[in-house]
Structures are given as C-alpha cells and as structure tokens.
Design a protein around this ligand. Structure first.
Ligand code: RFL
Ligand code: PHB
Length: 389
C-alpha cells in the first residue's frame, strides 16, 4: 500500500489530523491498535477551547457540538467554604464549551465513515521505519495478515504509551517529566450537575472537581492516593468524600446516584523535545502530557494538529516545507506555556504529601489574591480558555 501520510493512532489527534488532510485532498491511512468501540468507551476530557471548536466547525462536524455543547462563561474555585468565581468571557473575551472527548471522537469517526477515509483497527506490531531518509514506511499485522504502508511522512498520534516517540533515537530526544504524588479518581453518574459551572475545590482533605457532560450526566473527580484502586472506592465512599471537599451549600444540594464509570488516572507533566525527527512528527499525548487540572490534554492535541496540518497542506499545495520544518518549534513554544499553566493549577489546588502549614497558607493567599485582583483573574482566564494558535 502507498499513502502520503501514515497516521499512527485513532484517538482525537489522529482523527482530527486525518480529516483535515482529507479535506485538503491529502491522502492518509490511519492505524489504530484498538477497536473503534474501545476508543469510544474511554471517558476522558470534557472542556473544549474555541480552537478545537473552530477545527470541528471547519470540518463541518460541529452540529451536535453546537446544539448539545454547554457554553461556560466562567468557573468556580473554592478553598473550603471560600469561593471565587472567574469570569472567562469578561476577562479573556471568550467562553469554553463543555462537550465530552467521547462525543468529539464519535463525531469524527462518523465523519470518517461518511467520507470513506481509510482506517485499520486492531493493528498489532506497528513498526515505523525509514523516517531519517526519503522513503519511510510502516509495517503492521491485522487479524494475522502482515501489511506494509509506504508513505511520504508518518504522524505519531498514538498517545503516551505508543510506539512513535520510541522510534526517535534516544540520543536525539530529550524527555522532561514530573510525576505527581497522587492520582484522580473519577466517576460518571446519570445525575444533574451539582452546579451550573465547574467547581475546582482545594480542601484540607485534598482536591475535588465537579464537572459535567449534560443536564443529566455529571463527572466528578477527587484527588486520591496513587496506590488506591477503583475496587476500594464504593460509590457511597466516593460521594461522601466528594461532599467533604466542596463548599457545603453545593454538597447539601447535590444529587447522587450509581456511577456508570469509575477510573483512576495518575498525574504527570511530560514533554518530549523535539516533536519531529526526519519524516516523523509527534502529535498530542505521544509528545506531551499535562495533569488534567487545567483541562488542557485534548486541547493541546488539537493545537498540534492545527500546526501539523498547516505544514502538510503548505507542503503539498505550495511545495513549501517551511511550516513542516518549524512544526516542533511552533508546537513546543505553545506547549511549554500550557505545561506551565497546568502545573500551576495543579500546585494551587492539590494537597501534597508532607505539605507544611506554611505551604497551605501560600495556596490560600494565592486564592485570596485571585479573588480580589482583576489582573490575576485575567491571567488565569486567558490560559484556561486557551492560548492562541
Ligand atoms: P490518545 O487519546 O491516547 O489516543 C492515542 C491512540 O493511539 C492508539 N495507539 C496505537 N495505535 C496504533 N499502534 C500503536 N502502537 C498504538 N499505541 C496506541 C491508542 O489506542 C489510542 O486510540 O491520544 P491523543 O489522540 O493525542 O489525544 C489526547 C487526549 O486523549 C488526552 O490528552 C486527554 O484525554 C488527556 N486526558 C484528559 N484531558 C483533559 O483535558 N481532561 C481530562 O479529564 C482528561 N482525562 C486524560 C484523562 C487521559 C487519560 N489517559 C491517557 C490514560 C483521563 C485518562 C485516563
Ligand atoms: C472533565 O469534565 O472530565 C474535566 C473537566 C475539567 C478538567 C478536567 C476534566 O480540568
């Protein structure tokens, strides 16, 4: 087989990229390790920046997003019972949209089917070769049959545990990493959201987040020990703990119910430099990870896809490789700022093991400063709604 761009990974990065390429008459084949249903069953991000919303609209796939997505003009930060509301639209000029990653992925897969894009699922032993020369190729096995795809370029969109990043020689890449000493236990429940906006809560018992998907689907998280397991947390134990961490008034009025999904995610900051090597380009979680506190994982993947698709379009349309050559530089420049914001939000809102009473006073003072200082609110709001591409 032959294609122009071989895309490894059928998560949001790979799907967005393949559709943008198809829209510009660039041929691509997408390879995914899992089944489509497995990819669609993963509950992950929920907050979309306007950049990603714009990409979805440009692809003509935002009908559901525009009708079902919830516009959020602000969010709430709490410290025990002290509450600060941050107005994004007032201080950053735009809102965010609450619409699950699962729905984004579903819309993109539906579009892919309608437009007849080529995709292989359940690919095993995906191997990338020849990226340092002029003739890269990918080999893989599907249902016992070996395949080879010759291509011009390879896009590594296969997430943090994928094979693409590992294909860059160790002496070429530098990895920067910070692992946090806690995780997030998340549940999805078919109950109305506790509040009309998200609540990020710093409490003496640890962080909690009240998020949502729609009028009858809520997403909640609590900071947990890295050694905790999902089995250890009954629904009742989760609700009891969540209620202890959020403002009393919200806890008292909260509707609880059985969880329909429960999972634990570790928290990590990670960046791989560079994000390109020869004819291989990394996108999204394959190149970087943020702790979810700033809701930036999915949105950063979309920013990468924007830069990379521009590079491919200019290369094929104008025979100009300037944007492709600068891809890593442009993506990393934005990404490090996003890493900083996610790291800062994580530090502001979580309880760290061994944290002193002084450190806690610092968090409290920072939140108190935010509550009264418009410049500080504007900085947070601009980062939360997303830096420009
Ligand atoms: P993904 O979504 O991980 O998709 C990568 C895809 O590549 C496939 N794959 C391979 N395919 C072929 N060959 C191989 N060798 C392959 N190896 C892997 C995988 O099966 C998968 O389908 O990366 P992508 O597309 O870059 O998208 C990034 C986002 O998914 C990610 O940033 C966010 O979901 C991060 N994230 C969250 N972000 C938020 O903003 N808010 C959240 O609440 C939030 N929760 C989460 C998350 C990530 C999690 N992970 C990665 C475990 C919760 C979890 C549990
Ligand atoms: C979510 O709804 O899953 C969500 C929202 C905001 C975050 C992280 C996760 O910061």
């Amino acid at each position: 087989m032959r294609t122009q761009v071989a895309i490894i990974g059928g998560g949001p990065s790979g799907l967005l990229l393949s559709q943008l390429l198809m829209q510009n008459d660039i041929d691509a084949i997408l390879l995914e390790r899992q089944t489509r249903d497995h990819v669609l069953s993963r509950v992950r991000a929920g907050v979309l920046e306007q950049g990603l919303v714009g990409i979805m609209r440009g692809l003509g796939v935002a009908t559901r997003l525009d009708s079902e997505g919830l516009i959020h003009d602000g969010t709430v930060l709490s410290y025990d019972n002290d509450v600060v509301r941050l107005d994004f639209t007032k201080y950053a000029g735009k809102p965010v949209v609450v619409y699950g990653q699962t729905e984004v992925t579903r819309d993109l897969y539906d579009l892919r089917e309608r437009t007849g894009g080529q995709a292989y699922f359940e690919c095993e032993d995906v191997t990338l070769q020849g990226m340092d020369g002029d003739a890269p190729f990918v080999t893989f096995r599907q249902h016992g049959i070996d395949h080879r795809i010759d291509c011009d370029f390879i896009a590594g969109c296969d997430g943090f545990h994928g094979v693409s990043r590992q294909a860059i020689p160790e002496n070429v890449r530098t990895e920067y990493e910070k692992v946090y000493p806690f995780g997030w236990l998340g549940i999805l429940s078919e109950t109305p959201p506790a509040h009309h906006e998200l609540i990020y809560a710093n409490s003496s018992r640890g962080f909690a987040l009240c998020s949502q998907r729609n009028a009858n689907l809520s997403r909640y998280y609590i900071q947990c020990e890295l050694t905790d397991t999902v089995e250890q947390w009954s629904d009742q134990a989760f609700w009891d703990e969540l209620k202890r961490r959020i403002p009393e008034e919200v806890a008292d009025n909260m509707v609880t119910g059985p969880s329909v999904e429960k999972s634990i995610a570790p928290l990590r900051s990670f960046v791989c430099e560079p994000m390109q090597w020869g004819r291989l380009f990394l996108c999204g979680d394959a190149a970087h990870i943020v702790p979810p506190t700033g809701a930036k994982g999915l949105n950063s993947a979309a920013a990468d896809v924007h830069y990379l698709s521009q590079g491919f379009i200019r290369h094929y349309r104008d025979s100009d490789c300037a944007d492709l050559d600068r891809y890593s530089e442009r993506a990393l420049e934005r990404m490090w700022k996003t890493e900083r914001f996610s790291w800062w939000m994580t530090n502001l809102l979580h309880r760290f093991p061994g944290q002193s009473t002084f450190d806690q006073k610092m968090q409290k003072a920072e939140l108190a400063f935010l509550a009264e200082n418009e410049a500080a609110i504007a900085v947070l709001a601009q980062n939360y709604v997303g830096l420009p591409y």
